[in-house]
Design a protein around this ligand. Structure first.
Ligand SMILES: [Zn+2]
Ligand SMILES: [Zn+2]
Length: 373
């Protein structure tokens, strides 16, 4: 059972940007990678811990879940994520990967990181954003603007992370290579540069706006078309509107999750709606044509047969929710709620007493018989 704070494991604050998290992970993963710590058995556990923390915090969706309730997240049920415990000593992260794909991509050239040219085009991250919808908007479909959280290059330092007027400096220890070679007799061992954490550059005076990460969080408005009949919790994919790709890679996708306002009267059940309709004692007994409200607005007439029981359900075909992907609409389920008068006037009481004299209903006989069995 995981109890440690994932942010602490990665040594970042709760407000850390994705870039901060990635950067810190790369640094720690290099430091604790078992291949680099063959004589420290604890490094392996630490490395797995770091890997797990990064797996959660680097995924905006998982990170949100973790932020909202770290206990339930590790609770075991419902999408819980356990740290990898294979114990075989095989790691999904190749040591050499940790040196690839520099964060500043094209800026690398400016600072002369000639050895870090393995910058393959990568697809941008997918982004998930919630949209709150009014009940009728979800039912009828709507085109709406969604605020999408994004990370972009800090305007103050133009993404360098160095205070305005200064620039990141080439790391004096590794000469911008991010790695240092140590002569081990017959062969040279390459290890990440401790001074710059493998970045190849050092920032002497961090930018105050972004804290040296070079990235800031902001939001961007995206217009999204919600199809008629959208359910609560529906995921709508908007291709290409996620984070921008790196090194010329395609952008990620945007996933808009619908949050539909509850209606006080109409409850959704699949593509159907359920509405509870009060029916008088007389209407239920004699039968009646009653007026029933529809989710889309307006009403529809419903014929109740004589002898309608309390809680009986009737279906009004096609008066439910349109199906977001097309096809026949759902139904409106009308559930009767027979209303018994709370107070009777003298005349009403007399009539019911007269009714009782002629109505020889044995309503509990069957129950009592079966109870004895
Ligand atoms: Zn900045
Ligand atoms: Zn260095």
């Amino acid at each position: 059972m995981e109890t440690k704070d994932l942010y602490k494991i990665l040594g970042v604050s709760k407000k850390a940007s994705q870039e901060d998290i990635r950067r810190s992970y790369r640094k720690l993963a290099r430091k604790y990678h078992p291949d680099a710590n063959r004589d420290d058995p604890k490094a392996e556990d630490r490395f797995k811990e770091i890997q797990h923390a990064y797996e959660v915090l680097s995924d905006p969706e998982k990170r949100r879940e973790y932020d909202e309730g770290p206990r339930t997240f590790f609770g075991g049920a419902g999408g819980a994520q356990q740290p990898p415990r294979d114990g075989t000593g095989s790691f999904s992260t190749d040591f050499s990967d940790l040196f690839g794909g520099g964060g500043f991509g094209d800026l690398g050239d400016i600072f002369g990181r000639s050895t870090r040219t393995r910058s393959a085009p990568t697809k941008g991250q997918d982004i998930t954003a919630n949209v709150n919808l009014k009940f009728r908007d979800a039912l009828n479909g709507v085109t709406t603007r969604v605020a999408v959280p994004v990370e972009e290059a800090c305007g103050e330092c133009r993404g360098t992370g160095a205070a305005p007027g200064t620039l990141p400096k080439t790391c004096p220890d590794c000469g911008a290579r991010g790695v240092r070679s140590r002569d081990q007799g017959f062969f040279a061992l390459s290890e990440p540069c401790a001074r710059c954490g493998g970045e190849g550059t050092i920032i002497e005076k961090p930018c105050a706006s972004c804290g040296g990460s070079g990235r800031v969080r902001s939001s961007r408005q995206v217009t999204v078309k919600i199809p008629p009949g959208a359910k609560d919790g529906m995921k709508i994919r908007v291709p290409g509107r996620g984070s921008g790709g790196k090194n010329g890679g395609p952008p990620g996708d945007l996933f808009v999750v619908t949050r539909v306002e509850e209606h006080p009267v109409f409850k959704r059940r699949g593509d159907d709606f359920v509405v509870e309709v009060p029916v008088s004692l007389v209407e239920a007994s004699l039968g009646a044509e009653i007026e029933v409200p529809k989710p889309q607005g307006g009403t529809v007439k419903l014929r109740l047969p004589a002898g309608t029981q309390n809680g009986k359900q009737f279906k009004v075909r096609g008066a439910g929710a349109p199906r977001p992907r097309g096809g026949e609409a759902g139904d409106l389920i009308v559930k009767t709620s027979v209303v018994v008068p709370k107070k009777l006037k003298k005349r009403e009481r007399e009539i019911l007493e007269a009714f009782d004299e002629v109505h020889d209903a044995d309503v509990r006989g069957d129950l009592l018989r079966r109870a004895r069995m």
